[in-house]
Every structure is written in structure tokens, then in C-alpha cells.
Design a protein around this ligand. Structure first.
Ligand SMILES: Cc1cc2nc3c(=O)[nH]c(=O)nc-3n(C[C@H](O)[C@H](O)[C@H](O)COP(=O)(O)OP(=O)(O)OC[C@H]3O[C@@H](n4cnc5c(N)ncnc54)[C@H](O)[C@@H]3O)c2cc1C
Length: 487
């Protein structure tokens, strides 16, 4: 059994020993930040490096979206003056193979980056045995390693949550993570649930030729975005033949001779060969034995943590999906970067959650940064066709909204909805979003001067510039003053 001993605490010249639980985007970002700040890092990963984002959710869904976009682009070629030849058709096994290949190469790249910085990666499931002490067990529950660390970062992500009457069976009722193994497309499907995941899969399946019914509860299709974004998605998908039923949540799913029936709260049935559940997630904290480090999750399941990710237990941080809040890889990585440096005892910066881009990779896509449409803001609304670039690429659906403070002329937020240009062009993924981010933090006229393409579906490294505003120097083991329960 391997045993590590932590350094003795703040002020010790020796590098800090850090343990990071979880090998997803948050764990990797925290590990790279901490190692870059001079800490000795051990990453504990239940599965291969890449996390659920790499193997189950983000990458598999984005591989399908890229295929669906290429399909959409082929269909959109004719109005541009191109002769339409044979249109591509979907080859599900080839897509599955591509999902596997992209997940593996992305994971390998991340694992190489960790190894290049001299980090140790342990494979297994970690749990606390005492403050600052972890046990790692293998899949069979056998103890493989015990280790101690000056700081421990929890980056264990989230898992889908299903009501008892709506559970996936992996054949007729599926969920995002099983979609990465879907070898055959059904003729029709009921998507259950709104939000980014429901919206993306309604979009993907409809473009891949599946007849889609979409059941969305009272919160609407994109509750975390400006209402115009949801309205634009509803309009675009309706035009594409998606039958959208809004306002009534699904309450149960029953088998049916040719598939399943999804029943909504008003007792209406929606039949299809398959149902796809996008009904929410819960934090993956249950296996950590948090009590051993003195932590108890609040009633909503979250751990109390401050802007640096520090929990109420000294030296324990929580980041990424495991910290709750909007579940986005971009946000997870930005937050983890800050916590990683802080836990390493390095100078760190306060994260600015409102500068993180929220995106839905539907077709048309949606991207939002900052606050849009608040009561004291002025909001400019432009249809996408007001832009010459949209005219050139044949875009006829979409909208752009920008909110600004009328007194200071400071931009507060922006949201854009629009489809990808139909012709392939070199990726310049973060140009839109980074110009918005700059606009939010730099006083400027509310005119958008630069117009480029949408943000990339894949997580980008945190942009250091956006975190530069306020520097603070802190020490990991320094107890905080005041009420330990953070507001
Ligand atoms: C279908 C879908 C599409 C998405 N698309 C996007 C997108 O386009 N853009 C975007 O920004 N976000 C997207 N997201 C959200 C994104 O995937 C998450 O925000 C991201 O995965 C969070 O990263 P994480 O590192 O916190 O967690 P995860 O990726 O969940 O990684 C956590 C890892 O920790 C491991 N773990 C858990 N407990 C332990 C333990 N005790 N010991 C050891 N290891 C443990 C888990 O097995 C997992 O491997 C999508 C999500 C879904 C479901």
C-alpha cells in the first residue's frame, strides 16, 4: 500500500501535497493549475482520464452534433447556388466508432498533459477516512491506496437523476450517457425534459431524420437563458417538424406494443419507439464519506463553499458539477483553475461566474454571457438577418440581444441564436464569446463591433485575462474568520 505524508502546513517551504478526486474537466483543470503553481498533485480518477464529460456526455453528444451540423450544411447548400448531389446519410455504427475515437484521443491528450507535469494518477474510487486522509478502492471495493494531503479538491461531477416512474432501461428508454452507445436510430422518439441537454438532443435527433416529439415542463425549453433564446429554438425546431408539447411535465413512462408511451401530468400520452430522458442531475458526493472530514451537504445536496471553492472543512475544496450551479464544463474548468492555484498556496484570483459563456449546441446554436433583459437594463434586439454576414451565409433564423446599462454604457450581457454557416470554415470558436466577455468587463459602446462564429462545444482552457481583475493572496490552511457557514 502506498502512503504519502503531507507537508506540515502553511509556511513550509516544501511543495504542497494535493489530492484531486475526479478526472473530468474540473479535476484536470485543478490538477494542471496546482501543478503549475508548484504543488505535488495526485489525481484520483474512477475511470479513464476525461471524466463523464469525455466519455459519457459532452464529447459523445458533440460528436453527434458535428455530424448533424454537416448534414444541415449539406441541405443548406442549394440556396447558395451549389448543385445538390447525393446528400449524406447517417451511419450509426460509424458515429459510434467516431465517438469512441474522439473520447479516447481527447482523454489520452489530457492524460499526457498530466503526466508531462509529473503528476501521479491513481485509478479507483476515493473516500475520506479522516480530515486530510483518503482511501482509494478499486472496482471490486478492495483498498489499493491510502494517502494524506495538505489539500483535497472534490471534482466528482454529477450523475443523472430519474424519478421512479421514469427510469432508463437502455433499450427503449435511454438517457444522455446511454446515447453514446446507441447503435441504431429509432424511427421516432419522445424527448423528455427541456434544458440544454433536452434541447440539444431534440435538435440532433430531428436533424438525423428521427421524428421527434418533445415534452417540456412548465419551466420551458431553455430556462437558464433569456426567454428569446428558448422562443427561437421552439420556432426553429417546430419548422423542422418537431412536435413540442410545453407546460406539462412527464410523470411516467409505460411500455407499449411498438415502444413506449410518455404520460404527461394532464394524462396525455405521447407514443414512440423510444424515449430519451433529460430530466436532471444530482451531485456525485455520495461515495465520499464526507462525514469523516466533518462535512454535511445542505438540504439541496450541495456543499457550502466560497468563491475559491473552499468548503467548511479546512483544506477541502469542491469544484465543477460537484459544486452545484450551472453544469457546464467551461464553468467547471474556470472554477477548478482558481481552486487549484489557491489550494497550492499560490496567488489566486476571484472567479467571475458571470463572464462564463453558457451555450446550447442546438441547431441553431445559443450562446449567452452575462445578464440579458434585467429590469434596469436597456436591451437592443437585432434579428440575425440584420447582419451582412448572415445574408451571405443564407442564415434566416436567429436573433441577437445585447443588454447595457444606460448610464454607464457598460454592456451587461448578450445572447445570440443562429445556425452555423453552411460551408465549413476554419474554426475560430471563441471569438464571439471572448468579444462579449471583453465587452462586459470593459466600458464600451453597446455596439457590437466584431462578429464571428459561435463558441466551440469543446471546453477551452480558462482565459486567464477574464480572471485578472482582482488578485488576492491566500493560504490554504489558514482558518477563515467569522461564521464558518458561508453565505
Ligand atoms: C449530454 C450532455 C452534454 C453536455 N454538453 C456540454 C457542452 O457542450 N458544453 C459544456 O460546457 N458542458 C456540457 N455538459 C456539461 C459537462 O459535461 C459537465 O459540466 C462537466 O462534465 C463537468 O465536469 P466535472 O469534471 O465537474 O465532472 P465529470 O465530467 O462528471 O467528471 C467527474 C469524474 O469524477 C469521477 N468520480 C466521481 N466520484 C469519484 C470518486 N469518489 N473517486 C474517484 N473518481 C470519482 C467520475 O467517475 C467522473 O469521471 C454536458 C452534459 C451532458 C449530460
Amino acid at each position: 500500500m502506498l502512503r504519502h505524508n503531507p507537508s506540515s502546513g502553511a509556511g513550509d517551504a516544501r511543495p504542497r501535497e494535493l489530492a484531486i478526486i475526479g478526472g473530468g474537466p474540473a479535476g484536470i483543470a485543478a490538477a494542471l493549475a496546482a501543478a503549475g503553481a508548484g504543488a505535488r498533485v495526485t489525481l484520483i480518477s474512477e475511470g479513464p482520464v476525461g471524466g463523464r464529460a469525455g466519455w459519457d456526455s459532452l464529447i459523445p453528444s458533440k460528436v453527434r452534433i458535428v455530424a448533424a451540423e454537416a448534414m444541415a450544411a449539406a441541405h443548406a447548400a442549394e440556396p447558395l447556388g451549389l448543385v445538390r448531389g447525393d446528400l449524406p446519410r447517417i451511419d450509426p455504427p460509424a458515429i459510434l466508432a467516431r465517438i469512441g475515437a474522439v473520447s479516447a484521443s481527447w482523454g489520452a491528450q489530457q492524460a499526457d498533459a498530466l503526466a508531462a507535469r509529473g503528476m501521479t494518477t491513481l485509478y479507483g474510487v476515493a473516500s475520506f477516512v479522516a480530515p486530510g486522509r483518503l482511501l482509494v478502492r478499486d472496482a471490486a471495493g478492495q483498498e489499493v491506496v491510502a494517502l494524506a494531503a495538505d489539500a483535497i479538491i472534490i471534482a466528482t461531477g454529477s450523475v443523472p437523476r430519474f424519478p421512479p416512474a421514469m427510469r432508463p432501461d437502455r433499450t427503449r428508454v435511454i438517457a444522455p450517457r446511454f446515447a453514446s452507445t446507441l447503435a441504431k436510430l429509432p424511427p421516432d422518439i419522445v424527448i423528455v425534459g427541456g434544458g440544454v441537454t433536452g434541447s440539444e438532443f431534440a435538435s440532433i435527433f430531428s436533424l438525423l431524420g428521427v421524428q421527434v416529439s418533445w415534452v417540456v415542463g412548465p419551466k420551458g425549453v431553455l430556462p437558464d437563458f433569456a426567454p428569446e433564446a428558448g422562443q427561437a429554438i421552439v420556432a426553429a425546431l417546430t419548422q423542422r417538424g418537431v412536435a413540442i408539447r410545453q407546460g406539462q411535465p412527464a410523470v411516467r413512462i409505460t411500455p407499449h406494443e411498438s415502444g413506449v408511451e410518455v404520460i404527461t401530468a394532464d394524462d396525455v400520452g405521447h407514443r414512440a419507439a423510444m424515449a430519451f430522458l433529460a430530466v436532471g442531475c444530482t451531485l456525485d458526493l455520495g461515495r465520499l464519506n464526507l462525514a469523516a472530514t466533518g462535512l454535511t451537504p445542505a438540504a439541496d445536496g450541495t456543499l457550502c463553499a466560497d468563491a475559491m471553492g473552499r468548503t467548511e472543512a479546512i483544506g477541502v475544496y469542491v469544484v465543477g458539477d460537484a459544486a452545484g450551479g450551472p453544469m457546464l464544463a467551461n464553468r467547471a474548468m474556470a472554477q477548478a483553475w482558481v481552486a487549484g492555484r489557491h489550494a497550492a498556496g499560490a496567488e489566486s484570483t476571484l472567479p467571475r461566474a458571470e463572464a462564463v459563456v453558457h451555450a446550447a449546441y442546438t441547431i441553431p446554436q445559443v450562446a449567452q454571457v452575462g445578464a440579458v433583459g434585467s429590469a434596469d437594463a436597456h436591451t437592443v434586439r437585432l434579428p440575425l438577418r440584420a447582419m451582412l454576414k448572415a445574408h451571405l451565409s443564407g442564415e434566416d433564423e436567429g436573433v441577437f440581444l445585447l443588454s447595457f446599462d444606460p448610464r454607464s454604457q457598460r454592456v451587461l450581457g448578450a445572447v445570440a441564436v443562429g445556425r452555423m454557416p453552411p460551408t465549413p470554415s476554419p474554426p475560430s470558436p471563441w471569438r464571439y464569446s471572448s468579444s462579449w466577455r471583453s465587452a462586459i468587463w470593459l466600458p464600451c459602446s453597446p455596439l457590437i463591433r466584431r462578429w464571428a462564429r459561435w463558441p466551440s462545444p469543446l471546453p477551452a482552457p480558462p482565459l486567464s485575462g477574464m480572471w485578472e481583475a482582482k488578485r488576492v493572496r491566500t493560504h490554504v490552511n489558514q482558518p477563515r474568520r467569522g461564521n464558518p457557514r458561508l453565505g
